[in-house]
Design a protein around this ligand. Sequence first.
Ligand code: GLV
Ligand code: GLV
Length: 324
Amino acid sequence: MKLRVFVTRPIPDAGLNLLRRAKHVLLDIYEHDKMIPRKELLRRVKGSTAILSILTDKIDKQVMDAAGASLKIIANYAVGFDNIDLKEAAKHGIVVTNTPGPEIAESVAEHTIALIFALAHRIAEADRFTRAGKYHGWGPQMLLGTDVIGKTVGIIGTGSIGTGVVNRLYDGFGVKIIYTDLTRHPDIEKRDLAKYCTLPQLLKEADFVSLHVPLLPSTRHLIGTKELKMMKKTAYLVNTSRGPIIDERALITALEKKQIAGAGIDVYEHEPNIPLALRKLPNVILTPHTASATIETRQSMSRRAAENILAFLNGKIPPNAIKQ
Ligand code: GLV
Ligand code: GLV
């Protein structure tokens, strides 16, 4: 008997090809390159053994019930898994997997570092300025930014992505790195890459604060009015993790009042909605949740999601099973 694998949106083909080649898999892929409507999702998951979901799909009890008793694994095409109700999955005896790994950590780390440098050197502002025909001649005080060398970068969360940023920055950028996490990170400590401190200390000391924590009840609004007030007036905030880690309204207020110098934001509290007030600010750089959007990473995520499903179907523990 063939086992039904439902993919909620077309993804790069590396993993899809693995699934296509598996003899016992009946692959069904939502045909359109847009988010699957809820009703269609509920209809299409019926009778599936596996769902390959993306981070915009809310996979809750209703979806699990709609799939029925056949559903055994949800393979999320993302590092984050806050779109999946893990408790409900555990109740249903469903395994949940994600797609962490060196490739995605590298891509998000690169995007984070790109935002840090783009903020410091005012790249996006300078681009808008130039395109608008405002460059009428070189000026000694025109569009002055700041150097990154010699500054302190504060990393909040040292999973694979936060550690990726630490490793990259340590190697040649001439910055001091500090970090905070629930526990000290053994490799960072052993290699003396960054100094451990508490969150308040980090917020007070860092010139760039970068977020790399998963979205959990305990990390929602980790950065709010109080935390923003602890930051230096000259500091920048970078978020490539999940939008709700920051209280977005508090951030807009802090930016408007110039309590901090600027922000580089890839993820938003109510995606895909981005408040107009945020979009109007000159000292922010906004990217549309594209920190992992490289060809290499999106292919490798596709492969990992498929490998998790295939391992499970072959009676093995999937390599990226999430502890529930
Ligand atoms: C992207 O946001 C991911 O979680 O992979
Ligand atoms: C700037 O272009 C310089 O030559 O210093």
